[in-house]
Ligand binder design. Structure first.
Ligand code: TYM
Length: 334
């Protein structure tokens, strides 16, 4: 398979949505493929953000990713702003990206509606995303469903650049979407997302998970404990599918339909299974947090490896686009 690239915003710790929708797949992919994973801090500034917290949230995301199983021996993990070529290629791509394509992006439409003054960065966000992936000439982008449209735009940007400057230079990447393509939040309505406050964090303690699950929305038909329910419409059943062994999933479905279990009993089992999956991750995160230098070294080594590829791509991009070479470049090519 082609090279793999994916990115994640520096939102602090991972939650069940981005963990299941993306990161769990990354951990599997690194076993067999050449993978680049990036904490995309330049993307995070396109909306209001807390300057004081950007670096700690970036660091904490690195801790969460490593604790979840990304292994710096098997993949390249780095921070976007540590590799300057991302923004350089984004600028280049802006000159081949039609404005209309950016304006019709669902995420742009959603986010811009909620703002009084819309920043150009928000509009151009998918151009930077295309640069992230294509800088490494990656062909596979493991993401959740909400990013598929951005990957499609990336394909178009690659096509447009290639047709003007170099046929076949950039691959047209494919999105790789796993079975947990859209995890809903505890409200059972919206996508699980930190900005909506409907998440279960992967570093939450067992009791904290239980407190979050207890009021979580289930099948509305189950008003009383004796009312039978339909697991297929219950968000918690979909979480059981992710966290519980097959025999339990089957039992949950049966006992929901027959009202053999009340929703609280079902939630208790789910809380225990989620806590069991997250317990080793929490332990590794605590260990990593006690060694901040080690985490920083991993990110620096990752950026170093990423820079080698990024510089080579940009050098060729500049050459194909007709830019005057620097004196240093001229001597190293002659
Ligand atoms: P971000 O940080 O919002 O999310 C990171 C990844 O997690 C997935 N995800 C989910 N999947 C299922 N259910 C959910 N509730 C859920 N929440 C998040 C996302 O689909 C994503 O795969 N624009 C990107 C970051 C990015 C990127 C890139 C991704 C920047 N450059 C290049 C791929 C390639 C974003 O904001 O993801």
């Amino acid at each position: 398979m082609a090279r793999v690239f994916s990115g994640i915003q520096p939102s602090g710790e991972l939650h069940t949505g981005n963990y299941l929708g993306a990161v769990k797949n990354w951990v599997d992919l690194q076993e067999k493929h050449e993978c680049f994973f990036c904490i995309v801090d330049y993307h995070a500034i396109t909306q209001d953000y807390d300057v004081e917290q950007l670096s700690s949230r970036t660091f904490d995301m690195a801790v969460s990713l490593l604790a979840s199983g990304l292994d710096p021996e098997k993949c390249v993990l780095f921070v976007q702003s540590h590799v300057l070529e991302h923004t350089e290629l984004a600028w280049v791509f802006m000159s081949v990206t039609p404005l209309g394509e950016l304006e019709r992006m669902t995420q742009f439409k959603d986010k811009s509606q909620r703002q009084e003054s819309v920043l150009a960065g928000l509009l151009n966000y998918p151009v930077l995303q295309a640069a992230d992936v294509l800088l490494y000439k990656a062909g596979v982008v493991p993401v959740g469903e909400d990013q598929v449209q951005h990957v499609e735009l990336m394909r178009e940007i690659a096509r447009k650049w290639n047709s003007r400057y170099g046929r076949g230079f950039f691959p047209e990447p494919d999105a790789l979407v796993g079975p947990a393509r859209r995890i809903l939040g505890l409200d059972g309505q919206a996508k699980m997302s930190k900005s909506l406050g409907n998440t279960i964090g992967i570093l939450d303690e067992e009791d904290g998970i239980w407190q979050l699950l207890r009021p979580a929305v289930t099948d509305p038909a189950r008003v009383r404990k004796t009312d039978p329910g339909d697991p297929e419409v219950c968000n918690l059943y979909s979480l059981h599918r992710q966290f519980s062994p097959p025999a339990t999933v089957e039992e949950v479905a049966r006992k929901c339909r027959s009202a053999g279990w009340g929703c609280l009993e079902c939630k208790r089992v789910l809380a225990d299974n989620i806590a069991a999956e997250f317990a080793p991750i929490r332990a590794r995160a605590a260990e990593l947090k006690s060694q901040p230098e080690r985490v920083r070294d991993i990110l620096e080594a990752g950026a170093e490896r990423a820079r080698v590829v990024a510089r080579a791509t940009m050098r060729e991009v500049r050459e194909r686009m007709g830019f005057l070479q620097t004196a240093a470049e001229t001597t190293s090519t002659t």
